[in-house]
Design a protein around this ligand. Structure first.
Ligand code: MGP
Length: 206
């Protein structure tokens, strides 16, 4: 059977006949890089941080997400991070230096119930620019699997941008459907770096 008649039989049109909607991938507003932090004690913190892949379309995001190990299954001590291309998920990056993070502590008992959904929802907020005019203040997001309890954070550009920080925090609480008693705290990276024990000073809470 010729290719033409096969196409007619299957009802699938040629590339020329398909609408552009089906052919063109849907671009994201930003290009995003996925990072993995591997917990290898023989290496420095920075050496353990690896940029894995970038994505700039909705379709490529889903291909990436579906290919990844779900976050609840990655080894203890490891992190995933999704950051705007060009911003490294570290305090030292010039675009993080003045910034901080909204931090949600996720209990270990929630690892198999809520964590994967929270992480996917945050990723969708990132690529979908869910923070409206404050989306420019969002640098990226990190999820960390820890024995003492997992952590989910959204890193923002500037601790002085109060309105943007509040908008971002409220959107996170809303989109994750967090109970009002389940508070999130905003820490400046400069405070996180000098914290004593495992709790840093909180600039804001929601
Ligand atoms: P962590 O991985 O963010 O949290 O930081 P963890 O493992 O829960 O530990 P805790 O201290 O929050 O209880 C662990 C350590 O990794 C930090 O103390 C730093 O030594 C190092 N580290 C983490 N971050 C995010 C950075 C960074 O951005 N830059 C550098 N240089 N080191 C970092």
């Amino acid at each position: 059977m010729s290719t033409e008649s096969q196409e007619q039989d299957s009802g699938v049109g040629t590339a020329e006949e398909l609408s552009p909607e089906l052919l063109i991938k849907h671009p994201l507003q930003n290009v995003w890089s996925l990072w993995f932090y591997k917990n290898d004690r023989t290496k420095s913190w920075e050496e353990n941080l690896m940029e894995i892949i970038t994505c700039d379309t909705v379709e490529d995001f889903w291909a990436l997400y579906n290919h990844l190990e779900v976050v609840s299954k990655i080894p203890l001590g490891c992190d995933y991070a999704l950051f705007k291309q060009g911003i490294k998920p570290m305090w030292e990056d010039t675009r993080n230096k003045q910034g901080g993070r909204w931090l949600l502590n996720v209990q270990k008992s929630q690892r198999n119930t809520d964590l994967n959904n929270y992480w996917l929802e945050i990723l969708l907020c990132m690529i979908g620019e869910a923070f409206d005019e404050s989306s420019d203040d969002v640098n990226g997001t990190v999820v960390q699997i820890r024995n003492k309890g997992d952590k989910l954070a959204v890193w923002t550009a500037d601790v002085k941008h109060y309105d943007a920080i509040m908008k971002i925090g409220k959107t996170i609480k809303d989109r994750l459907n967090l109970h009002p008693r389940n508070t999130i705290g905003y820490e400046a990276h400069t405070d996180t770096q000098v914290k004593t024990g495992s709790v840093a000073k909180c600039r804001y809470t929601l």
